[in-house]
Structures are given as structure tokens and as C-alpha cells.
Design a protein around this ligand. Structure first.
Ligand code: 6PG
Length: 466
């Protein structure tokens, strides 16, 4: 009898299986395509106790009870299909763990259906890509505490470790784990977009080579901006194409793809009424990039009047660094506010500091900045901005952000996310927004009423009599 089962032996599944087996567990593996399983066993498995199964029945029968089965299959219908196939062979008390990027509402539905059949279900965010899956991912499991306890020890063993402990915690009830992973990805999009915008200014305004930008990113990665995404960005900038010898990044088509988690984050922020403009605009940035033909055509129709000011390269680079820090902080703060609101609305019971802690290692958005965020966040202070330390951090960088966004505008360079981060801060720290005029307009054309600042009550005006 094996300790645990894993279905879905694509690269992530293979690496997670190896990670689990290397922690001393015996594992049954199953994949829809038998060739994939055979290839995995032949090429990747050495001394690990990983055993292949070629039909669901014998796979399930190979597991000790209560059975624990991890699904590493594509989000959406494939998850439902596998659950459907498994169900006839499962017993009450068995546990299914979905380790894919499933939409949180799907996870809620599955938990409900399976609960009625006595089957436990955990929706678990797994971050860190192929390397993380093998060497220690960040794990975000959500569901019942009881289900979590069934695999707690194993999950803690396979997760990444940092000076703050294992990068795994019980995230919360129901779909809390997948919700947190979704927002993790929303933040991931925003940070990636912010780094790319800063890169754009460096190459187009400062006329730096990819190699030079790589050196700057590497330097940044040794300081406050230290993070996985900064690290891979400097490595990407320095990577030479084996065919041409040119920096590979310069040969990659500028159309950014997406699988949906960033879009779900943006949609959910609108549903829950929490402003996350940097996250939303990062999705828009990817969508926009896809219209390459239109962009090429329009670029030939537009006249550009470039400024001729002499720039001090070092000063601009320093401003770009601070603008990036500002945008990264802002993106995290927006994401955490969204998680906090979801926790209230959906009754997840999420400990926000724990979420930041388990993001410190293993995952794509791991960053030195998380230590600072952990100092600030609390249940009463889910909006990270509302803190004297945050305000100081952002105010110290605001001149840099203003200079960078102006420089970008003067040079026709879009900075969707960095601009959104600045406007978010301006909006959130503005006592008087022009929403009074919007309320007047709504009342004018639709009698939608408004409130006044000088007296209580709800008012409507017959504007047309003016
Ligand atoms: C992670 C990543 C991972 C995946 C993204 C890519 O945390 O390990 O987020 O889940 O690489 O989903 O998403 P896009 O294809 O939408 O960029």
C-alpha cells in the first residue's frame, strides 16, 4: 500500500511526485496518457518509491486508507473529469487535493458535492513552477481543517523553507487556498508588468543594451528589490540566443499570453468592490500586447515629438528603481486588501500575515519586501497603505515615480501598472475626489440621488429647471 497518490504526470506533477517521494513517502502515479507515465518512470525515477498505475481502479486500490490523492491536472473540466472517474472507487473519509490553478468558485462547488459523499477536498495553490515543485514550492491549501490535518505533515515536509518556517499553512475554509493563489498570480502579473515597464524606459529612453539592463537588474536584486522575479529578469536580460548570439529577449515576440488567473483576480476585485488597479491594468497590458498588427499599423500613423533634454543616466536608473519598489509595494497592498475582503465575505478565516509568510519562499512572488509587509499587516490593517511606515515608504519614492512617469509620457512609453500604482496612491490618499460631480451627473440624467456634505439625508434635484 502506498502512502499517497498523484494524478497528472506533466512536468509539475512529475516534480511534485519526486519531491514527495524524496521525503520518504511511497507514491502511486497515474496519468491519462500511459506513454507519459512510462517515460517519467524510465527517465526521471531512480531510487524513489514511485509506482506507476495504468488504470484508475488499481491506482486507487494501491493506496492506504484513508486515501490521499493529489490532482495535478489542468484547471477546469479535466479536474471534474478526474473526480468523476475516481468517485466510484473512493470510500468515505478519503481525501482529494487539487493542486492546480483552479477557479475558486469551481473549488467551492467541488467541495460541496464531495462533502455530500463524505469525501474530503482541499483546494491547494501550488506556486514555484517546475523548480519549486521539485525543491520546495509555496503551498496554499484551503478546505476543512480536518482535511488539512490528514496531510499537514507531508505538506510541511515538501514545502519550501525560509527563516520564517515552512512555506505552507492552513490558509482557510472552503476555496481560501485557491483564492489566495489566484491573487498571488494577480500580484505576479502586476510585478512582471512593472518590471517590464521599467525595462522599456531603460531601453528606449536611456538606450541601454539588454546586457547593461541585466547588470542593473542584478544590482537591484542584491538590494531592497531582491525577489525571484527580479532575479529571473536579470538572467533573461543577459541570456544570449544560441542561434544568433543576440540577447534572446530581443528576439521574443512582444505578445504576452495568459491562462486566466490574473483576469479572475481583476474580475473578482470588481465583484467584491475592492480597487486593485495595478493588478487589473497588468491584465490589460497583456491583452493589449496581443494586438501586434494594429500596433504596428498605428505606430506608422502617429507622429512623435521626442524631447531633447539631456538625462543623467544614473539619476534616472535610481528613480526607476524607486518607481519599481513603489509599484511592487502597491501591488502587494492591493492584493492583500482583496484577500482580506474575500475572507470576510466568504468566511475564509484567513490570517493575512501567514499568507505573506508562506509567500516568502518557493513561490513566484517571493521577495525581500515581504518582511516589511509582514511588519505592517494586521487584521485591522488589511489595507497596507493605512500605516505610517507604509506612507513613509511610499512618500520617499513619490518624486521618483512622478519623474519616471513623466519621462515615460514625454517619450510615448506606456506605463500602465506604474501609473496605476501612483494613481491608486493619489486616489486613496485624497480627501476630495471628483466623485461629487459623478453623483451630480447621475442624479441629473437618472434621478439616482446623492448625499450632501453639509446635511444628512438622500437628495434629488430637478436639474433641468436651471
Ligand atoms: C506559479 C505560477 C504558475 C503559472 C502561472 C502562469 O505560481 O507557479 O503562477 O501558476 O506559471 O499560472 O500564468 P499565466 O500563463 O497566466 O501567465
Amino acid at each position: 500500500m502506498n502512502n499517497i497518490g498523484l494524478i497528472g504526470l506533466a512536468v509539475m506533477g512529475q516534480n511534485l511526485a519526486l519531491n514527495i517521494a524524496r521525503k520518504g513517502y511511497s507514491l502511486s502515479g497515474y496519468n491519462r496518457s500511459h506513454e507519459t507515465t512510462e517515460k517519467f518512470i524510465k527517465e526521471k525515477v531512480k531510487d524513489e518509491k514511485i509506482y506507476p498505475y495504468y488504470d484508475i481502479k488499481s491506482f486507487v486500490e494501491s493506496l492506504e486508507k484513508p486515501r490521499k490523492i493529489i490532482l495535478m491536472v489542468k484547471a477546469g473540466k479535466p479536474v471534474d473529469d478526474v473526480i468523476h472517474e475516481l468517485l466510484p472507487y473512493l470510500d468515505e473519509g478519503d481525501l482529494i487535493i487539487d493542486g492546480g490553478n483552479s477557479y475558486f468558485k469551481d473549488t467551492d462547488r467541488r467541495i460541496k458535492v464531495l462533502k455530500d459523499k463524505g469525501i474530503h477536498y482541499l483546494g491547494m495553490g501550488v506556486s514555484g513552477g517546475e523548480f519549486g515543485a521539485l525543491n520546495g514550492p509555496s503551498l496554499m491549501p484551503g478546505g476543512t481543517k480536518e482535511a488539512y490535518e490528514m496531510v499537514r505533515e507531508l505538506l510541511l515536509k515538501i514545502a519550501a523553507k525560509t527563516d520564517s518556517g515552512e512555506c505552507c499553512t492552513y490558509v482557510g475554509n472552503d476555496s481560501a487556498g485557491h483564492f489566495v493563489k489566484m491573487v498571488h498570480n494577480g500580484i505576479e502579473y502586476a510585478i512582471m508588468q512593472s518590471i517590464s515597464e521599467v525595462y522599456d524606459v531603460m531601453r528606449k529612453v536611456l538606450k541601454l543594451t539588454s546586457e547593461e539592463i541585466g547588470d542593473i537588474f542584478e544590482k537591484w536584486n542584491n538590494g531592497e528589490l531582491n525577489s525571484f522575479l527580479m532575479e529571473i529578469s536579470y538572467k533573461i536580460m543577459k541570456h544570449k540566443d544560441d542561434k544568433t548570439g543576440k540577447p534572446l529577449v530581443e528576439l521574443i515576440l512582444d505578445e504576452a499570453e495568459q491562462k486566466g488567473t490574473g483576469k479572475w483576480t481583476a474580475e473578482t476585485s470588481l465583484d467584491l468592490g475592492i480597487p486593485t488597479p495595478s493588478l487589473n491594468l497588468a491584465v490589460v497590458g497583456r491583452t493589449l500586447s496581443f494586438f501586434k498588427d494594429d500596433r504596428v499599423r498605428l505606430s506608422k500613423m502617429v507622429n512623435r515629438n521626442y524631447p531633447e533634454n539631456a538625462l543623467n543616466k544614473d539619476d534616472v536608473v535610481e528613480d526607476l528603481k524607486n518607481a519599481l519598489l513603489f509599484s511592487v509595494f502597491s501591488s502587494f497592498s492591493q492584493g492583500m486588501w482583496l484577500i482580506s475582503e474575500a475572507s470576510k465575505v466568504y468566511g475564509y478565516g484567513i490570517d493575512l500575515k501567514e499568507v505573506l509568510r508562506i509567500w516568502k519562499g518557493g513561490c513566484i512572488i517571493r521577495a525581500r519586501l515581504l518582511d516589511f509587509l509582514m511588519e505592517i499587516i494586521s487584521e485591522d490593517n488589511a489595507n497596507l497603505l493605512l500605516d505610517a511606515k507604509s506612507v513613509k515608504f511610499l512618500e520617499e519614492k513619490i518624486d521618483a515615480v512622478k519623474k519616471v512617469t513623466k519621462l515615460a509620457k514625454d517619450n510615448y512609453i506606456p506605463m500602465l501598472t506604474v501609473n496605476a500604482s501612483l494613481d491608486y496612491f493619489y486616489s486613496m490618499s485624497e480627501e476630495n475626489l471628483p466623485a461629487n460631480l459623478i453623483q451630480g451627473q447621475r442624479d441629473y440624467f437618472g434621478a439616482h440621488t446623492y448625499k450632501r456634505i453639509d446635511m444628512d439625508g438622500i437628495f434629488h434635484t430637478e436639474w433641468q429647471q436651471d
